[in-house]
Design a protein around this ligand. Structure first.
Ligand code: SF4
Length: 329
């Protein structure tokens, strides 16, 4: 059963104009950060979002949590379109929807002890009958993320990067959410800590039946945690499929390019014969190319690609792809 259903989600940010431009009535321009994405995540599953920086991954994560307001589209969470809710009505949903950010040092108040930081959400949502009960809940949560009880009275700067990220995970999960956005949650950690925390997230996901939106540029990680992966380019999905679709037999030229850029060889990943690196830079999102947004960089570009935008179509093997090279089954 789907817990989150996102339909035609768009976020256009207005580009700041100078006083002179306003006087000259220069038309308002927009960065189309997210431009009509649709996807759903079943309860207990993980949907991965991958793509280069500027592809719209993080904006999508913020939109589904309603940390920013969409320009257009709907976000159904647990059967309710949360884009229609007032801030007050969102309160009960906020408890069920949590986020783990990339930088734990920035996410934690340096002047707040760890115990107080983890407890804060319980206080905001009025959970626990007494101070002692809340303290016990924090200690139990710290234990779940493999932190010692002494951490309770320490400050963030006294902990290692891995410990701080465990605290951020504890703070998100103490509210017993149903849904978690992990936005580059493991990106700042070294390889061995990253794999320990990935295992921790997998264990907690199972134990607490969590549903994840997992945003990452570390493609290898998605192998272990994602049921489905959406590849984004300039605010749109170009391919959505399973790990096997995306990594072993990518079809969209941009997906192939993204996989080609993985530095470490992985026997699971597509054969090196099919690899290529696209030419040129990512185009300006204020004025994205007409037709297929990837066409100026695509070695397979045809005349139709510069004028007609390819629609997402379902292939025989179940993946979804937006490219004129492929017709739906
Ligand atoms: Fe390349 Fe055309 Fe496919 Fe775009 S639609 S990825 S330009 S072949």
């Amino acid at each position: 059963m789907s817990l989150l259903r996102v339909s035609n989600l768009k976020k256009y940010f207005a580009v700041k104009r100078s006083a002179g431009e306003i006087l000259m009535r220069v038309p308002q321009k927009f960065v189309k950060a997210v431009d009509g994405v649709s996807f759903e995540i079943n309860e207990g599953e993980t949907f991965g979002l991958v793509g280069e920086s500027g592809s719209g991954k993080t904006t999508t994560g913020r939109l589904v949590l309603r940390l920013i307001e969409p320009t257009e589209g709907t976000i159904e969470f647990d059967g309710v379109d949360i884009t229609r809710l007032s801030n007050n009505e969102m309160r009960s949903f906020r408890r069920k929807m949590q986020v783990i950010f990339q930088d734990p040092m920035a996410a934690l108040n340096p002047y707040m002890k760890i115990g107080d930081a983890v407890k804060h959400g319980l206080e905001i949502h009025n959970i626990g009958k007494s101070e002692q009960e809340r303290r016990n809940m924090v200690l139990e949560m710290l234990e779940k993320v493999n932190l010692q009880p002494e951490i309770y009275s320490r400050y963030p700067h006294e902990l290692s990067g891995g410990q701080r990220q465990r605290v951020v995970i504890a703070r998100a999960l103490i509210l017993k959410p149903k849904f978690v956005v992990a936005d580059e949650a493991l990106a700042m950690l070294d390889v061995s800590v990253r794999s320990q925390l990935l295992k921790l997230l997998l264990d907690l996901k199972k134990e607490m039946n969590l549903t994840f939106l997992f945003i990452t540029h570390d493609l290898a990680t998605t192998k272990y945690i994602c049921n489905k992966i959406g590849v984004m380019y300039l605010g749109k999905f170009v391919e959505i499929g399973t790990y096997n679709h995306i990594y072993k037999s990518p079809m969209h030229p941009y997906t192939k390019a993204l996989i080609s850029a993985i530095p470490e060889p992985d026997p699971d990943i597509m054969s090196s014969k099919k690899r290529f690196i696209p030419e040129g830079e990512v185009p300006n999102p204020i004025n994205p190319p007409k037709g297929c947004r990837f066409h100026p960089r695509c070695p397979f570009s045809m005349s139709i690609c510069g004028s007609v935008e390819p629609e997402l179509v379902k292939m025989e093997d179940g993946r979804i792809i937006a490219c004129h090279l492929y017709k739906s089954n």
